[in-house]
Design a protein around this ligand. Structure first.
Ligand code: KG4
Ligand code: ZN
Length: 356
């Protein structure tokens, strides 16, 4: 059976993205980032983001239809779109654009959860040939989740952050250090200039608690205190790079610490019905080189294969929405036109997310 072909649209935050996806193949994609537009405000301004999505959504959709050679929406099987979680105004722009195109072309609409999209990005690794079930660490600007991914891509929440998300912590740490947005890559680049042996030691959180949850706000406070103390005594040390290296290490150790607890709980992988022997690492922060190395190391220790989302699909994009759509039901008629956005994911209310 040939895989279905989707036009996918993503507009949950500050990236306006479209893609044409068939099976695991991305035929065309376009991502228009608004990062520069929001930079001077120090964070994404929801209303500005919505207005910009409105200006860009037609352009990215036209671009992928042309680049894929499909030209017209009538030539795809369905239109997939991010339904939430995210900024509601921003989501609504993508949803309205998707509904209009699906209706005009007479094809079904497939609403996709943004988090399911991130999880599905691991299926795009051409070497891993990953298929569910597996375990997953989702680390982004809005979420830090430890998930069990079932054979039908149903997500079960195993652990979450109790305060900031990992990416949010990177962004706040970067702001304290006076770095540009998005803070994660900038802080990581600064950390890479330090000799790791001189990194300032910040204590990773939750390591000794009996939970798979994580916490990052304490690490951020520790960085701000260290900066204040350095200023108070007018010292040059520790340097910004040494602080950044310690900050990055503490965030990564917190994530890896909760993965280690999970793998320990699960015991040996073979012969255990609920055991999963693959661990996907997805989301914007999955682009972090230190995290990738440490995750591979800890998984190897437990005989678990690590599958990292390809770098180009770690951040928000529409290709992952097109891949996830293959696990979601299609809607047609009034059922489709009444679909609405949601700001928070059902994963938190129900502990589970069934693709829908
Ligand atoms: O997945 P994503 O694009 O958007 C959300 O759904 O939130 O993630 C964006 C987050 C930002 O906080 C950004 O600073 C972080 O991912 N990020 C990184 C790196 N690249 C992006 N954090 C650490 N190291 C990186 N290399
Ligand atoms: Zn995202």
């Amino acid at each position: 059976m040939t895989a279905r072909t989707y036009l996918a649209i993503e507009s949950s935050c500050d990236e306006t993205a479209a893609a044409i996806v068939r099976g695991r193949e991305v035929l065309a994609e376009a991502v228009a980032t608004q990062a520069e537009l929001h930079e001077r405000f120090g964070g994404v301004v929801p209303e500005i983001a919505s207005r910009r999505h409105l200006e860009l959504v037609d352009i990215v959709v036209r671009d992928v239809l042309e680049c894929s050679g499909l030209e017209r929406v009538e030539n795809v099987d369905a239109v997939a779109v991010t339904r939430g979680p995210g900024l509601v105004g921003a989501l609504l722009v993508g949803i309205a654009a998707a509904k209009a195109r699906a209706w005009a072309a007479g094809v079904p609409l497939v609403p996709v959860d943004h988090l399911l999209g991130h999880v599905a990005s691991a299926l795009l690794d051409p070497d891993a040939n990953l298929e569910p079930p597996f375990l997953c660490v989702l680390v982004s600007g809005g979420h830090t989740l430890l998930l069990d991914v079932d054979v039908d891509m149903t997500l079960t929440l195993l652990g979450s952050t109790r305060d900031d998300a990992a990416g949010e912590a990177f962004d706040k740490g970067a702001r304290l250090l006076g770095l540009d947005m998005p803070g994660g890559p900038a802080l990581s680049a600064l950390a890479a200039t330090a000799d790791r042996r001189d990194a300032v030691e910040f204590t990773p959180a939750m390591l000794h608690h009996d939970t798979l949850d994580t916490s990052f706000s304490g690490i951020k406070t520790a960085l701000s205190i260290a900066l204040r103390e350095r200023a108070a005594i007018r010292a040059n040390e520790p340097t910004d790079a040494q602080l950044a290296a310690g900050f990055e290490d503490a965030i990564v150790s917190t994530i890896v610490g909760s993965v280690k607890k999970l793998l320990r709980q699960r015991g040996p992988t073979s012969g255990h019905a609920s055991a999963r022997d693959r661990m996907a690492v997805v989301g914007g922060v999955a682009a972090n080189a230190t995290l990738r190395t440490r995750m591979a190391g800890i998984c190897r220790e437990f005989g678990v294969q690590t599958v990292h989302a390809p770098l180009r699909w770690c951040g928000d994009n529409a290709a992952m929405i097109g891949v996830a759509a293959q696990f979601c039901p299609e809607h047609a008629g009034p059922d489709a036109w009444q679909l609405d956005a949601y700001a928070t994911t059902p994963l938190f209310r129900q502990g589970k997310l069934v693709p829908n």
